[in-house]
Design a protein around this ligand. Sequence first.
Ligand SMILES: *Cc1c(COP(=O)(O)O)cnc(C)c1O
Length: 400
Amino acid sequence: MNSKDVFYKEISKIVATRKTPYVIESGEGAYLTINGKQKLNLCSSHYLGLATDKRLKKAVIKAVEKYGIGTGYRTLAGTHVLHIELEKHLAQFKGAEAAIVLTGGYMANCAAIQTIIGKEDVVVSDSLNHASIIDAIRVSQVQNKFIYKHRDTKDLEKQLKEAAKIAKTKKSDGNYPSILIVTDGVFSMDGDLAPLPEMVALAKKYGALTMVDDAHGEGVLGRGGRGIVDHFNLHGQVDIEVGTLSKAFSVIGGFITGKKVLIDFYKQKARQFMFSNALTIPDTAAVLEGVKILEKSDALVRKLWDNTNYIKEQFGRLGFDTGNSETPITPVMLHDEELAKQFSLKLFEKGVFATPIVFPMVAKGAARIRVIPSASHSKKDLDFAVNMFKDVGCELGVLK
Ligand SMILES: *Cc1c(COP(=O)(O)O)cnc(C)c1O
């Protein structure tokens, strides 16, 4: 066998171990149709039910009729009035000076870090940060990486002290290295929050820049879903806020908010902005409508939290352990990997779609079913879910 044959043989082995994902035959609402059968959807991050919202559909149709579909490179002829309007609304919504929109949260993280951090700078990162932050740090090629224990502000300070030592030596361009502290806002497996106030205080002490990825926070935390910075009332004190338009906003895209000068710098320098096309007209119109809905009313956010509190209460009453979540992300802890997979399969047979989260997504022995209620669920839907969890819990001996 030559090396090409070996390559295909090796990847075939890996591909054979993968279970192909379900194919959804309906809209992504409270229920999903899979193989012609309805399943209660407890696993998407469409927190506010906007993926099938009538107002978004209408806004998209109207915009497409007026403007068509595609845009282009933002730096050439692709900057559309809808992009500018969306950036204005996102900045206002987040309580920031300015915003830049990209085609994904992943892209936004890469742009946010790579554009301002180089080889000789310093990054200080939470050990459980999202893969897109880890990759963003990699593409920046920064050499000095300090990882602090998950949400541990004592360890963060210890790492910052080391970082500060490095930052005392000038870089080859004659400037001092920047120190960037970066964290997820909401950690997507456990639903716990970054200790942002302590982080901001430490950043001040050590002269560091701060960045929070609010992918699971916007549309969820803060007043009317304005995100984690609003939740902690830290407006203007976090340098870089990254967001996604694919979770609560239910469309696609990502964005960065911050001081105007920083956002202008990103618009001038970010490779992910310069060398990749812009959001299309339908995407942009849909998100813009979503932001406008949240600006006007917190009804969906309140419904999301009502549902969250209700389902957590019900799980607790039955005796399930739902961890330390402070958000709608509700881990039903089962610990054993096989048990979690079995549990999810049995739920699926009973009409409830909730995914098992196992190693390597979480530590060994921390397997769970991750339940995400949304504003599109009714109390009846949640009661149905809880009853099925109860039945499967009894069948599998998780509940006594
Ligand atoms: C989902 C997610 C992303 C990626 O966002 P996309 O818009 O899907 O690319 C980035 N960071 C975190 C924390 C996420 O949960």
